[in-house]
Design a protein around this ligand. Structure first.
Ligand code: 5GP
Ligand code: MN
Length: 347
């Protein structure tokens, strides 16, 4: 069994809100990942079961490898259907914000529409330091994923018996992607209780794993090989690694959204490595996107905050720099030098 998550105030607020409101819009962060897509679809399923009008609006497109998730094709992309999405947001009674800790994690244009809307905002999330912008905040940074948060909320509200097979697949997908196929951030027993509940709904977890991880294009696999063979730098003195991917390289490998997903984790499998960094020239804007991953107690979110205008979790963080790749690499060297004692495990 699972210990309960929600306190009395949260439960009352949810129950009252669900009784009194009809039109719900669910949003999640820019560059949506499996957790953003899965958690919005999972919550939408519950709300639809209660007879609510529900729409999911994500700021921009999600990667193709998530297309198979049931209901994904009904998701509105703000960037592509701005007018319709704007109308739905403005007409909503409640806007549920998922998998984000700050409304600035949706694009500026979508953020201003949400601010303009008269709706109540509810937050469901697992990132650190949630901003106080909602009337209901359900934030649990220790949990594996927003999908886990949503499952537990539905469970505590008594909605599990009606959870559909489709929503079970969506929630499992998000838990799976946010934990690297249950290889990190996933040692609490509740996670396996939840998985057993989702299995009861008939999900095929092995098939979902294959749909997520063994669903590559030839170009993506070749890009991985190229990066690991030609681009990966290993800094023994810092127990760290770095690779960069330029716009030209992305073009050469017919780069699609999500093609570099997970790549930054691979160097962490080198014995002794504590931090891995990916720097990629954004294909849309003039900036460098930075992904950091670490193992054990090394806080890569601190590196992201201090050097890359970003943040994130202890072992997975990100940021951005407005400079050239070469300049960004120099900054990474400064960051490694600054964090050397921690990287070497000397506190
Ligand atoms: P990714 O490398 O996948 O882009 O990001 C890794 C993690 O860092 C994700 O959990 C993401 O939410 C978080 N992250 C990325 N950029 C930022 C940022 O600017 N601020 C914060 N707080 N988290 C970020
Ligand atoms: Mn997440």
């Amino acid at each position: 069994m699972m210990p309960s998550l929600l306190d009395e105030v949260q439960l009352t607020c949810l129950k009252d809100g669900l009784a009194n409101h009809h039109r719900f819009v669910l949003v999640a962060h820019t560059s949506p990942d499996g957790d953003a897509v899965g958690s919005t679809l999972g919550l939408a399923d519950y709300l639809k079961g209660l007879g609510k009008q529900v729409n999911i609006v994500l700021p921009n497109a999600f990667p193709e490898f998530l297309d198979w998730i049931p209901g994904a094709s009904d998701i509105l992309i703000f960037e592509q259907e701005t007018e319709r999405a704007t109308r739905l947001i403005l007409e909503a009674d409640v806007i549920c914000c998922l998998d984000l800790n700050d409304l600035s994690r949706v694009e500026d244009s979508m953020q201003s529409v949400i601010n303009e809307a008269g709706a109540e905002c509810w937050l469901f999330d697992h990132h650190l330091q949630p901003k106080d912008f909602c009337t209901l905040t359900v934030s649990f940074p220790k949990l594996s994923s927003t999908c886990e948060v949503i499952f537990r909320v539905i469970y505590e509200l008594g909605g599990f018996p009606d959870l559909t097979y489709e929503a079970a697949q969506a929630l499992y997908a998000g838990m799976c992607t946010d934990t690297g196929g249950f290889t990190f951030n996933s040692t609490r027993p509740e996670i396996f209780f939840i998985i057993s509940c989702l299995l009861e709904k008939g999900i095929d977890k092995d098939k979902i794993y294959r749909l997520i991880y063994n669903n590559n294009s030839l170009d993506r696999i070749r890009l991985q090989g190229y990066v690991l063979h030609e681009k990966l730098q290993y800094f023994d003195q810092y127990r760290s690694t770095l690779f960069t991917i330029s716009r030209e390289e992305q073009k050469a490998f017919n780069f699609q959204k999500g093609d570099s997903e997970g790549l930054v984790n691979i160097p962490l499998s080198i014995k002794g490595v504590r931090m891995s960094c990916q720097m990629r020239e954004d294909e849309e804007q003039d900036r460098i996107l930075i992904s950091l991953r670490s193992v054990d107690d090394f806080p890569c979110n601190k590196v992201a905050e201090m050097f890359f205008n970003g943040g994130g979790h202890l072992n997975a963080a990100g940021g951005r720099l407005y400079c050239t790749l070469e300049e960004a690499v120099d900054i990474y060297h400064k960051a490694m030098a600054h964090f050397k004692p921690l990287l070497l495990g000397e506190k």
